[in-house]
Design a protein around this ligand. Structure first.
Ligand code: ROI
Length: 159
């Protein structure tokens, strides 16, 4: 059993609904349990600014799956939500990223773990810190150190 974290993001077609529906589908993945869900956060787009604000969240899971099996499940859920891979850094119906997988560090053409941008993205670090304030990101350091050096003002907790 491994602990993994999934980052969710959406800025199209009712983003809040997209995120909630994707979390329901993650719940249904075989050999996988959700053990924590962050609040939803609204954030300005990182990348091109001529797109709507994003809704982001992070889910913590326990899984018996291997990283590639989990990746396939994420891509399947993206497909079910009608995600079409368009422009890089462009708007998206749903994006499901494996942020961390146990203490694994790996990189190949299909998958990089931890997510290569995790340490730069407040829209990931802020919800992650909400559910695990003392988590250590393999190869990058304690989340508290990473959060101390980035601008968090862009990320607003909903409700
Ligand atoms: N910006 C924000 N705020 N949230 C995201 O989830 C997000 N996802 C992306 C890019 C286009 C990099 N920008 C984002 O893929």
């Amino acid at each position: 059993m491994k602990i993994a974290y999934i980052g969710l993001g959406s800025n199209m077609h009712s983003p809040i609904k997209q995120i909630k529906s994707a979390i329901k589908l993650i719940e249904e993945i075989a050999s996988t349990e959700i053990t924590d869900v962050s609040s939803l956060y609204k954030s300005k787009p990182v990348g091109p600014q001529d797109q709507d604000d994003y809704i982001n969240a992070v889910v913590k899971i326990e899984t018996e799956l291997m990283p590639y099996e989990l990746l396939e499940c994420m891509q399947e859920i993206e497909k079910q939500h009608g995600r079409i891979r368009g422009e890089r850094w462009g708007p998206r119906v749903i994006d499901l990223d494996i942020l961390m997988f146990g203490n694994k560090i790996m990189t190949d053409q299909k998958l990089t773990i931890p997510h290569p941008e995790i340490h730069n993205r407040s829209f990931v670090l802020v919800p992650l810190a909400e559910i695990d304030s003392d988590c250590e990101i393999p190869g990058k350091g304690p989340i508290s150190d990473l959060l101390a050096t980035i601008d968090k003002s862009n990320v607003v907790q909903l409700q």
